[in-house]
Design a protein around this ligand. Structure first.
Ligand code: ATP
Ligand code: MG
Length: 138
């Protein structure tokens, strides 16, 4: 049923569990997994050489993040990775639609500190606005 899964990964414990669910789901359905990690965009007024340095550092952090998810997913699943510059929820929603993903898998919480909340703000936004089903992993 699902052929193209988008895994939103921020390195949190919930996202790690989401990666395991994505791997199982992909094996069951023969789906491709697209792992995305959104990093903070760079302020437009940051001049050179700082712009390139900060952009490079953030891209590297994002690449480490998606590679960690690739390791968690393991062998036997076709995995694509993307580092996105921008607010996570908006980027996840856009990529899912543009790439034609048919399922988004993400954690209920992430790296944020407000333990009392049931759902993180990015998960709330994605559930509310995504064009496809969203599987939230606790
Ligand atoms: P908040 O960020 O609202 O303070 P939180 O960090 O606990 O709270 P979210 O950020 O909504 O909660 O994280 C929930 C899930 O969203 C994560 O498990 C992950 O799947 C996804 N997510 C969060 N941030 C990113 C990101 N930068 N890139 C990709 N996915 C993300
Ligand atoms: Mg967060």
């Amino acid at each position: 049923m699902f052929k193209h899964i988008l895994l939103a990964y921020d390195g949190s414990d919930h996202a790690r569990r989401a990666a395991q669910v994505a791997a199982e789901c992909a094996r069951t359905h023969g789906a491709v997994v697209r792992v995305v990690c959104a990093v903070e965009p760079i302020a437009a007024d940051l001049g050179e050489p700082n712009f390139s340095r900060v952009a490079g550092e953030r891209r590297l952090a994002g690449e480490r993040c998606v590679e960690e998810a690739r390791q968690l997913i393991g062998e036997g699943v076709d995995v694509h990775t993307e580092v996105l510059f921008g607010p996570a929820a908006a980027e996840i929603i856009t990529v899912a639609e543009v790439r034609g993903c048919d399922l988004i898998i993400m954690g209920s919480r992430g790296l944020g500190g407000l333990r009392g909340l049931l759902l993180g703000s990015h998960t709330q936004r994605v559930i509310s606005h995504a064009h496809c089903p969203v599987l939230v992993v606790r």
